[in-house]
Design a protein around this ligand. Structure first.
Ligand SMILES: [Zn+2]
Length: 95
């Protein structure tokens, strides 16, 4: 198994950097974010946070949440992606 952060994981790290560029790009997140369910969006955010791309995760979830209703996981005008990530991915974000 490849592990990010090790020599053999260099390609994985590079791939995760590219993934973060895609999902952390506001225009891309605006375009595709609404098409993912909240659970799917969380899983993508988790990958971004776990791969040391918390800023990309924030952009991703903010843009996904823009189309959520108040009944959705990330719905409501008061939704704050940074706070949500700190609360739900605390162990990963502080590792
Ligand atoms: Zn959502």
């Amino acid at each position: 198994m490849l592990r990010a952060g090790r020599d053999e994981g260099r390609h994985l790290d590079e791939a995760l950097d590219y993934l973060a560029q895609v999902f952390g790009r506001p225009a891309s997140a605006d375009r595709v974010g609404p098409h993912f369910t909240c659970i799917e969006a969380n899983r993508i955010a988790w990958v971004l946070v776990a791969s040391r791309h918390p800023d990309a995760a924030i952009v991703w979830l903010d843009r996904h949440a823009a189309s959520d209703t108040t009944e959705d996981l990330h719905g409501g005008a008061e939704f704050d992606a940074a706070r949500y990530l700190r609360k739900n991915f605390r162990a990963t974000m502080t590792a």
